[in-house]
Design a protein around this ligand. Structure first.
Ligand SMILES: CC(C)(COP(=O)(O)OP(=O)(O)OC[C@H]1O[C@@H](n2cnc3c(N)ncnc32)[C@H](O)[C@@H]1OP(=O)(O)O)[C@@H](O)C(=O)NCCC(=O)NCCS
Length: 361
């Protein structure tokens, strides 16, 4: 629980003549996006545009929880389930001699309708934005440090960051979040994608892990001998119990030959980054595109992630062509965004969202 006591150093202090009890919080929708109001005020306080979380004063006879649920209904049109209390912030508006006791909650949207603004403060709301948590944090961080915008920022940024901390530690969930199942077997027309087994090390070394042409654009160097490959496979074998661990060996059905691997290199909260490599003798036979298609179906239809992305050296035409083949779109070039056996490199990022994937089907 966060407990903060903040002074108003923006306006001169001439004592308090009233206290306002406020219920406020982070409201998360079924995509994990959170609501931020964009407010504009031009009054004795300031002429500023700034973000603020939903919420407002507790009415006579109301509890904090009841007040927050009512505010969500009024300001967002949302029926919410309140999950937990994030903490309390005591802050002040010296200009109106007011001390605020703000209790912050985290809530999930159960259903969303039309807002109907009810209080005077609501007239300041220009619009409400539903933003990915990281984006909401970035917007709050970028907010002006002065005057009301600064007061709000000091009060609310710690709450947004706390929600991110809880979310990243899987201490909270939201409807529609990914359910990780780990490396389950997948099958395509020509391929079988399955977990690595210790016995695969020899073929992996012979076909790709020992080949510097394959690892040229990869972070790891070609294995010096099969012993290195064996230890890597042993480590992976032990990780398969982790439902967020995805590492498939790609096997040709026609002759049971292992020809490469495809994996999740990094997973964000609701997105996965994929990577792949294939034995050189099998390049340009559309095997990797076929395997990646199977992964897209698995991650969107089964695991329910929001995005699949990949990145590779701008020079790696083959690696990029695979992502284009399956409908992943170029997003951006990140200068010095990666490294591989050629050194530090600029990388191109490709991505497909669940909505794009579904509209393509
Ligand atoms: C990248 C890699 C996995 C591709 O495997 P693959 O099974 O040959 O891939 P696919 O056959 O499905 O697709 C390859 C595409 O690259 C295209 N391609 C091949 N050489 C190319 C070149 N020099 N320039 C542009 N495109 C090229 C092919 O035409 C093909 O596209 P198409 O199907 O539209 O014709 C393989 O080359 C590899 O293992 N490279 C080394 C490891 C690596 O770079 N991994 C990517 C890092 S994430």
């Amino acid at each position: 629980m966060i407990s903060l006591r903040l002074l108003d150093q923006e306006y001169p202090f001439e004592g308090f003549d009233h206290v306002r009890f406020v219920a406020r919080g982070i409201v998360m929708d079924s995509h994990g996006n959170v609501a931020l109001h964009l407010l504009h005020r031009n009054d004795a306080f300031c002429d500023q545009t700034y973000y603020e979380t939903p919420g407002g004063g507790v009415d006579e006879g109301e509890s904090y929880v009841e007040a927050f649920a009512r505010e969500c209904k009024e300001e967002l049109g949302a029926d919410v389930d309140i999950l937990l209390c994030l903490g309390e912030v005591e802050d002040a508006y010296n200009l109106i001699k007011r001390k605020n006791i703000n209790r912050f909650f985290l809530a999930k949207v159960r259903s969303l309708g039309e807002p109907h603004f009810a209080s005077k403060g609501d007239t300041l709301i220009q619009k409400t934005e539903w933003l990915p948590l990281e984006e909401a944090i970035a917007k709050m961080k970028a907010q002006d440090d002065r005057l009301v915008a600064g007061l709000v920022k000091r009060r609310e940024l710690p709450m947004l960051e706390e929600v991110k901390r809880l979310r990243d530690a899987h201490r909270i969930s939201y409807p529609g979040e990914p359910t990780h199942h780990g490396t389950l077997p997948l099958e395509t027309k020509r391929l079988l994608l399955r977990r690595f087994e210790e016995a695969d090390a020899e073929m992996m070394f012979a076909n790709w892990s020992g080949d510097p042409d394959v690892t040229e654009f990869l972070e790891w160097p070609a294995h010096a001998d099969v012993g290195v490959t064996r230890s890597v496979v042993t480590v992976w074998s032990k990780k398969y119990g982790d439902p967020t661990f995805y590492q498939w060996i790609i096997v040709k059905k026609e002759n049971n030959e292992a020809i490469g691997s495809i994996s999740v290199i990094h997973s964000d909260f609701d997105a996965v980054e994929i990577g792949y490599c294939i034995a050189k003798k099998e390049w340009n036979k559309h095997y990797t595109s076929e395997a990646l298609e199977a992964l897209l179906a698995y991650f969107f239809d089964n695991v329910n992630v929001s995005r699949v992305f990949g990145k590779t050296d701008v020079m790696n035409e083959r690696g990029q062509a695979v992502m284009k083949n399956v409908g992943m779109a170029f997003k951006q070039t990140v200068p010095h965004g990666g490294f591989n056996q050629r050194g530090v490199c600029d990388v191109n990022v490709f991505e497909i969202s669940k909505a794009e994937y579904q509209s393509r089907k």
